[in-house]
Design a protein around this ligand. Structure first.
Ligand SMILES: Cc1ncc(C[n+]2csc(CCOP(=O)(O)OP(=O)(O)O)c2C)c(N)n1
Length: 369
């Protein structure tokens, strides 16, 4: 496999070109780009489409479950499925990923049960899955903190001679945080086997990218840290897969970190607690609907002869069934014991925590009929 496309190197060391690497046009026509090689034929690429269909369906179910009071809040990744699925399916089994609150579909794509992936949003657990079993760090809500965790993990892996790589997800807003700078700087200096996957979805809640970055080409920052960087079409799942796969391969073979900026768009509210009509025009969504990651992949796979109406219907039915299972599991779940709030705060509970726990237990016992 060819090395990751590093436009700044191809251009003789200047800043990265502003162009966006794409392997699949919005029309569904496959393109070749020598800077971004994809080792999947259409047959193998169909699993990327399937994961996006299932992810979108579960995402829609999670929004509805929030409206029904089964979840406290939810951050949709609708429209960003290519960024959620491509990088995850590029991971090897031994690699680790470091997600944010946006990455429920990515976590499910890695194999975690949706009920466990959504425990954070139900308020039933800080992390509903076993990070070690899934090789996924708990989803980070303080933005950019996960980038430092990923780099620390990657540096440790390199020091112990392991060939495991780390994949850190970041949003465009997160790149304004000091933690992101420190993570990129350490990764650059220590050649950490870490891939930074920035979903530039245009918004940090109500703050547009233009108000967030003096140079909206976030990939340009790679040069400052000595990190190869590339800017890809974040609505093209072949590009997100191929770019991450090549970057991970280089990381594992001692080639150091990569910064991938995937240009995409947040189609939904920031979370279910947000009202985007207060700060953006609905019309802008129309242009992005034309760039939908699922539709273009479906067109490509149909043209390649690996997808027909029957397969679309069976994958849609499977997605519906998984959404129904999620619904049933949350609706039938036993009430939570509020005292669990005190579990796992410290490995050994402090006296203050013990007192608070006893106080709550006392109050609860007096509330019971
Ligand atoms: C350290 C920190 N500061 C502020 C916040 C509040 N906050 C939550 S999400 C968010 C915007 C993040 O935007 P971006 O990184 O672009 O990711 P996106 O939500 O678009 O996926 C902010 C400021 C936070 N969670 N953590």
């Amino acid at each position: 496999m060819a090395d990751v496309a590093v436009r700044q190197e191809l251009a003789g060391g200047s800043l990265p070109a502003r162009d966006i690497l794409t392997l699949l046009a919005p029309s569904g026509v496959r393109r070749e780009d020598p800077a971004l090689e994809c080792d999947l034929d259409a047959g193998a690429a169909a699993r990327l489409w399937e994961a996006m269909v299932i992810g979108r369906r579960l995402d829609r179910a999670a929004v509805a479950l929030t409206r029904q009071g089964e979840l406290g809040v939810y951050a949709s990744s609708a429209g960003q499925e290519a960024c959620q699925v491509g990088p995850v399916l590029a991971l090897d089994a031994e690699d680790w990923m470091f997600p944010t609150y946006r990455e429920t579909v990515a976590v499910v794509t890695r194999g975690v049960d949706p009920v466990e992936a959504l425990a954070l949003y139900r308020g039933s657990a800080h992390c509903g899955f076993d990070p070690r079993a899934a090789r996924i760090a708990p989803s980070a809500t303080p933005i950019a903190t996960q980038a430092l965790h990923a780099v620390g993990f990657a540096m440790a892996a390199a020091r112990t001679g392991s060939s495991v790589a780390a994949l850190a997800f970041l949003g465009d807003g997160a790149t304004s945080e000091g933690d992101a700078h420190e993570a990129l700087n350490f990764a650059g200096v220590f050649r950490a086997p870490c891939v930074f996957f920035v979903q530039n979805n245009g918004w940090a809640i109500s703050v547009p990218i233009e108000h967030q970055a003096g140079n909206v080409v976030l990939a340009a920052r790679g040069a400052a840290y000595g990190i190869p960087a590339l800017r890809i079409d974040g609505n093209d799942v072949l590009a997100t897969y191929a770019a991450t796969r090549a970057a991970l391969a280089r990381a594992r073979s001692g080639g150091g970190p990569t910064l991938i900026e995937a240009v995409t768009y947040r189609m939904e509210a920031h979370t279910t607690a947000d009202d985007p009509s207060r700060y953006r025009e609905a019309a802008v969504l129309d242009a992005w609907r034309q760039r939908d990651p699922l539709a273009r992949m479906e067109r490509y796979l149909r043209d390649a002869g690996v997808l027909d109406d029957a397969r679309v219907a069976s994958v849609t039915a499977e997605a519906d069934e998984r959404a129904a299972r999620l619904r049933r599991a949350l609706q039938d779940a036993a009430p939570l014991d509020p005292l669990r709030l005190f579990d796992h705060v410290y490995s050994a509970p402090t006296p203050l925590l013990e007192r608070q726990r006893a106080q709550l237990a006392d109050e609860l016992s007096r509330m019971e009929p």
